[in-house]
Design a protein. Structure first.
Length: 117
């Protein structure tokens, strides 16, 4: 696989960030940390991304808070980040629906009373 990267360099083609990330994940799982570090030094994750907004090309920071290490180390950090997000009491997705008013409205319509509240 490293030979493929060498051939790409000879042709002047840089690998895509998703390919580098996938290969880095494989090196982490196989505990080849030296190759993982070498890969990240050679092909670091991009700091900027170009998007088209209203026909204009705009450069946007991909990692605005310098969290490239957190994103590249997904296997170890993903569970911790998800647990921290699920413990947030202000999370709107985990809020229990309030059905008190709904039950009253449904009860009134079931009894035949069509008053609007």
């Amino acid at each position: 696989l490293i030979q493929v990267f060498a051939d790409m360099e000879e042709l002047g083609v840089r690998p895509d960030t998703s390919i580098v990330r996938m290969l880095g994940d494989v090196f982490m799982k196989l505990e080849m940390l030296d190759k993982y570090e070498k890969l990240n030094r050679k092909y670091p994750p991009p700091k900027f991304e170009y998007r088209y907004i209203k026909g204009k090309r705009i450069r946007i920071r991909v990692y605005p808070d310098n969290s490239t290490e957190e994103v590249t180390q997904r296997d170890s950090g993903r569970d911790e980040l998800e647990d921290a997000g699920s413990m947030n009491p202000d999370n709107e997705l985990e809020e229990a629906p309030r059905t008190g008013l709904d039950r009253n409205v449904l009860g009134d319509t079931a009894s035949g009373d069509l008053e609007f509240v």
